[in-house]
Design a protein around this ligand. Structure first.
Ligand SMILES: NC(=O)c1ccc[n+]([C@@H]2O[C@H](COP(=O)([O-])OP(=O)(O)OC[C@H]3O[C@@H](n4cnc5c(N)ncnc54)[C@H](OP(=O)(O)O)[C@@H]3O)[C@@H](O)[C@H]2O)c1
Length: 395
């Protein structure tokens, strides 16, 4: 008996992960019913995707863009809605597989609502895991939801992690490309521009994660993400720079065996893996060609140049409030850097400012987490406004 087509939703369909997810879906022979597609402000692409995939709902988070979206989709059967509440309602529309690909903490509530459906949720949106990992996992477990990691590193670990043999695991090794400034001297980082920081050598990604890769805050966030996803202490999570981005991460076992997952630097692979799991589907993305590869390099993280990774380990030791503060301060600082308001090296300096805030001892509810996240952002933004120099590193 043939099965009914799976119902699919993509939260953040117009972004880098979102568009790769659309590409993966379009390449499949199996039919899918696309339920919900969401965006923040990119009405044109959202409408185009909704028509192309014959989606049931298109939701734009910016309420002011409702009329624009409605007008482009007039004459179709696609239901249009706009605003934050509409986004939350969209995440609650029943689906068998939901991609969580909104960027930053804006994705936290939609993610929680998606998990409350007790369905399969593929999580690219790492910031909610960093700030609210325990609550995210508790919600998934409480509603019987399955979480599938999309971050290439965590998807790699997921593929080679023997869940039924966890006591045999020595450590996981998250690989990092080192970003566009791996070989630059620290002094040369003072004057780098957003355009230079956005030019990642291996991956094509959204602006926020590209800047996080340049500061290596991306790897910092991933250490905390891995702690929650694989239930491992910081002492069993290592980071290793691997500039070619071929090995996406590894698991080392006590017997000395190291299992690695390899692939092209193309998000289509982890997305296809999660869409097919536990089966394996065909990727429309790039494949590795070993004949054109001549070397695998590895080196430790330069903690002086990229202090973010050590900051993440310190935050994990300190507790959830510090993880929220690190993430919130970083989101505020990255936005300011992209708007040419602060310098590149200021980003981590403002993360350190955020970590000086008094940390609350309990943050059990979603509201508590969101309130503390907002408080840290406001403090860091006010610190930026009050800074007399454009660069606090210079003061
Ligand atoms: N890109 C990658 O290769 C990659 C790899 C691993 C993990 N991730 C993680 O996946 C997430 C998405 O990354 P990305 O690179 O795909 O980001 P992106 O290209 O910036 O796309 C973000 C998506 O979220 C939407 N969005 C932004 N702000 C929103 C808001 N306030 N409310 C609702 N929707 C909002 C955007 O809509 P508009 O297009 O309308 O702005 C877009 O659809 C991030 O957490 C990132 O760390 C990304």
């Amino acid at each position: 008996m043939s099965q009914a087509p799976r119902k699919i939703s993509i939260l953040g369909s117009t972004g880098s992960v979102g568009t790769s997810t659309v590409k993966v879906l379009q390449a499949q022979s199996e039919p899918y019913n696309v339920q919900v597609l969401t965006a923040n402000s990119n009405v044109t692409l959202l409408a185009e995707q909704a028509k192309m995939l014959n989606a049931s709902h298109a939701v734009i988070a910016d309420a002011a863009l409702y009329d624009d979206l409605k007008s482009i989709l007039s004459g179709t059967n696609i239901k249009v809605s706009a605003g934050e509440t509409a986004l939350h309602e969209a995440a609650a529309i029943p689906a068998d597989w939901i991609m969580a690909a909104i960027v930053g903490m804006a994705g936290l509530k939609p993610l929680m609502i998606a998990l409350e459906q007790g369905t399969t949720v593929a999580i690219a949106n790492k910031e909610p895991l960093v700030a609210a990992g325990e609550l995210v996992l508790k919600t998934a477990a409480g509603h019987g939801a399955t979480i599938l990691p999309i971050d290439s590193e965590h998807n790699a670990v997921f593929q080679v992690f023997e869940r039924t043999n966890k006591e045999a695991i020595e450590r996981i090794i998250l690989t990092a490309s080192g970003g566009p400034f791996r070989t630059k001297l620290l002094a040369a980082l003072r004057d780098v521009t957003p355009d230079q920081a956005l030019a990642h050598p291996n991956w094509s990604m959204g602006d926020k994660i590209s800047i996080d890769s340049a500061t290596m805050m991306n790897k910092a966030l991933e250490v905390i993400e891995a702690h929650y996803l694989f239930d491992l202490p910081a002492s069993q999570i290592d980071v290793l720079v691997h500039p070619q981005s071929i090995i996406h991460s590894m698991v080392e076992y006590h017997d000395g065996s190291i299992l690695a997952q390899m692939g092209a630097a193309d998000m289509c692979t982890p997305i296809t893996n999660a869409l097919g799991w536990p089966k394996r589907l065909k990727t429309p993305g790039k494949k590795l060609d070993f004949k054109t590869m001549n070397r695998f390099d590895f080196e430790p993280v330069d903690d002086q140049k990229f202090p973010a990774v050590q900051t993440a380990y310190a935050c994990l030791k300190s507790g959830q409030a510090a993880c929220i503060a690190m993430n919130a301060a970083n989101e505020a600082a990255v936005a300011a850097f992209l708007n040419h308001k602060i310098a590149f090296l200021d980003i981590h300096a403002y993360v350190s400012e955020g970590l000086k805030i008094d940390m609350p001892s309990t943050l059990s509810s979603l509201d508590d987490i969101v309130a503390f996240d907002n408080f840290v952002r406001a403090q860091v933004e006010s610190c930026m406004m009050n800074s007399s120099s454009s660069s606090i590193m210079k003061s």
